[in-house]
Design a protein around this ligand. Structure first.
Ligand code: GLC
Length: 697
């Protein structure tokens, strides 16, 4: 096969206008009408198509029954696993383990590809600071540096090479600023400066494109007062011209047409025109391109150039995926791939590292398997389905190991009493049953949390407490004066200060996927020393939102923030306990003054003061003391994970590119400004040791 450019240009030359427009059309349903459109060369991609057999049938129509035989892109929302369901992305981000995260994406791509999917609408890389927003569950939290590193890992995973071609095309989404919807209300307006956009929200997208993401998806929201799907400044201007992204852009579901409801397109024809002008290459499901682009080009013949550009990008992705070589899938393959034991094993490895230990008073954890009775009480005690979380693709509840199943299977001496006490919404509370169960035990484990559908698309909340009467349940249980361990499952941070002060231990289990029960068992009984660290700030009160660690300086940093409270979090970014105590010392810089072209090199000693072996996520932050623009008070710029035996010390080396210390100036240009800085190294964004350095002219 000759090279891509020659191949695609040759094919493009042979295409009619109708066939070109057909490549820009995507539908999210399958029926005879859509099959006929495929046959007429009027559809270039599909989503929500199930199974290798069906996909092969559709590819045969596209390849054998159309004039030019151009294969289809088949997309799906494989957000945290295809059938083998991993922790929700926000949970997995708390592992800070880029290798494990990349492997999750690679396994997901392998399972998806075996079922005919060749395009994954992920990773979601939206920076999110508002836990009221349901989609905070889908991303990697509030920090743009960590978000960028995780975006790279997920893109590389989804685009794992197999037989020289990427398994699937990734699709970093939702370009851009979607996580800043006003009020945490999904689909709402977004309003921010270009400086904010480039400082906080663009970096994960830039990182994803740098590692070769083949596609990207634009978001529902407006930015600079124009909906992204028809936004020339942000799509054609920033994405194409400034960032040189040459991959294809797909709209979000019907978002080109929705420019009408944003009231910036007066009808579907204008929506199609504006989408084309903005360089939104594929219209997902609304049909505005299908119905109007031909007329648009007939009225504006010069726009055929933009059609050719868009179709070139689409055909290039199909070429990069090897679809022109072979668009078909081995219809037996999925039987060996789906839910492979190695996939389940990985699900456990990543789930146990996604758990965050928030409280462990008097070292009540880890528990021992001895002659004791444990009362496992709460809606998550034996629940399976809700550990799947939102956007669980083909995940099935029967694949999930519940907490009760894991404890009952693995504990030999401990007796387990189990009682749900209320439903997953916290309703129908049967306090008598709960108390009766709890009375006859030595230790109480409360398994609480949000149902899976409390987070995810447009599942936004006005308050962040535990649903229903779960807090009442906690209140009554702690009156028994027995040791109480609270496990909380959620798709977001919750305001649980009133609980964290009452219980002896607090373990955040998010929605951990199919190995939830086993991961929780391993952490509770010390087979795994918890290492997860929060990637999103836990506010004390909903009134503090948005609350994030890397906020910018103000002119009155020490003024009281509220007459009825403060702006301190319940748990800060980067926070998470271990069963061991890690001690940081000997922060040594190779050079305390560097030029703008030099890396900053330093070492830090990390000691595990015991008593257990464990993994520690060493975090590196910095502050630029003065600059031409306001800057975050602190910024993450590096991290690594070290494994230490009890009493072991390791000297950890860091080399940081000077670009990490750059900023966007008042002209929104990226620059490195000389000056003095402070380096912070530690176990979270607050508990750090520091050392000053400077960057000279
Ligand atoms: C949805 C989501 C997007 C998803 C797409 C296709 O509305 O916003 O993340 O990929 O539509 O399902």
């Amino acid at each position: 096969m000759n090279n891509k450019k020659e191949f695609v240009e040759k094919l493009l030359k042979e295409m009619t206008l109708e066939e070109k427009i057909g490549q820009m059309v995507q539908y999210g349903k399958l029926n005879d009408e859509i099959k006929d459109k495929i046959r007429q060369g009027k559809v270039g991609s599909l989503l929500n198509v199930q199974g290798a057999k069906t996909v092969n049938e559709l590819q045969k129509i596209a390849v054998n029954e159309t004039r030019l035989g151009i294969p289809l892109l088949i997309g799906d929302d494989v957000i945290h696993g295809y059938r083998t369901t991993f922790p929700i992305p926000l949970a997995e981000s708390c592992s800070w383990d880029l290798d494990l995260i990349q492997k999750s994406a690679s396994i997901a791509a392998k399972e998806a590809k075996s079922c005919g999917v060749n395009w994954i609408f992920a990773p979601m890389v939206d920076i999110a600071r508002d836990p009221r927003w349901g989609r905070i569950a889908e991303g990697a939290g509030e920090d743009h540096y960590l978000g960028a590193e995780i975006a790279k890992a997920r893109v590389k995973g989804f685009q794992t090479l197999e037989n020289e071609y990427p398994l699937t095309a990734s699709c970093p989404k939702h370009y851009v600023g979607y996580g800043a919807v006003i009020g945490g209300r999904d689909y709402n307006n977004v309003d921010m400066s270009e400086n904010y956009l480039k400082t906080y929200y663009l970096p994960p997208f830039i990182a994803a494109y740098e590692v070769g993401a083949l596609t990207t998806m634009c978001s529902f929201n407006d930015l600079f007062a124009v909906p992204l799907s028809v936004n020339k400044k942000v799509l054609r201007g920033i994405l194409r011209e400034e960032l040189n992204f040459n991959g294809l852009v797909v709209s979000d579901w019907e978002s080109v047409e929705e420019s009408i409801y944003h009231r910036v397109s007066k009808d579907r024809k204008e929506a199609a025109l504006k989408g084309l002008l903005a360089s939104c290459d594929i219209d997902m499901h609304s049909g505005v391109y299908d119905d109007n682009l031909k007329q648009v080009v007939e009225e504006h013949p010069e726009l055929i150039e933009l059609i050719d550009e868009a179709v070139y990008r689409i055909l290039s992705v199909k070429y990069d995926l090897g679809l022109f070589e072979n668009p078909y899938v081995d219809e037996e393959l999925h039987k060996q791939v789906i839910l492979h034991p190695e996939h389940r094993k990985h699900a456990l490895e990543v789930a146990k590292r996604s758990i965050v230990l928030l409280e462990n008073k008097n070292g009540i954890l880890p528990l021992k398997d001895t002659n004791q009775t444990i009362a496992l009480i709460g809606p998550y005690a034996n629940d399976q389905e809700n550990h799947l979380g939102c956007w669980s693709c083909k995940g099935a509840k029967e694949d999930v190991i519940s907490i009760y199943q894991a404890l009952a299977t693995n504990l030999k001496k401990t007796k387990i009493l189990v009682e749900s006490a209320c439903d997953i919404n916290g309703q129908n509370l049967d306090l008598d049953k709960a108390i009766e169960t709890a009375k006859h035990c030595d230790i109480i484990i409360l398994a609480l949390g949000e149902p899976r559908y409390y987070s995810g698309e447009n599942n936004n909340r006005m308050n962040l407490n535990l649903p229903g009467f779960q807090e009442k349940l906690v209140e009554e249980i702690v009156k028994l004066n027995k040791p109480v361990i609270a496990l909380i499952a959620s798709g977001r941070p919750l305001t649980i200060g009133n609980i964290s002060e009452k219980v002896d231990a607090l373990v955040w289990t998010w929605h951990l996927g199919i190995e939830a029960g086993n991961a929780i068992y391993e952490v509770l009984f010390g087979l795994t020393n918890p290492s997860g660290k929060l990637t999103v700030t836990f506010p004390k009160h909903i009134g503090q939102i948005p609350l994030y660690y890397n906020h910018k300086s103000t002119g009155r940093p020490n003024f009281p923030r509220y007459i009825d409270g403060d702006d301190k979090p319940l748990y800060p970014f980067g926070y998470g306990l271990s069963y061991s105590h890690f001690y940081y010392s000997n922060l040594k810089l190779k050079k305390e003054v560097i030029s703008k072209e030099e890396v900053l090199e330093f070492t830090i000693d990390v000691t595990n003061n015991g008593p257990y072996a464990g993994e520690e996520i060493v975090q590196v932050y910095f502050q630029d003391h003065f600059a031409s623009v306001t800057l975050p008070v602190k910024q993450l710029c590096a991290f690594t994970k070290v494994y230490l035996e009890p009493l072991e010390t390791k000297t950890v080396h860091f080399t940081i590119s000077p670009n990490q210390f750059g900023l966007y100036n008042e002209n929104n240009e990226f620059v490195i400004e000389p000056g003095t800085f402070t380096l912070y190294v530690g176990s979270n964004s607050v508990k750090v040791i520091s050392h000053d350095f400077s960057i000279k002219e």
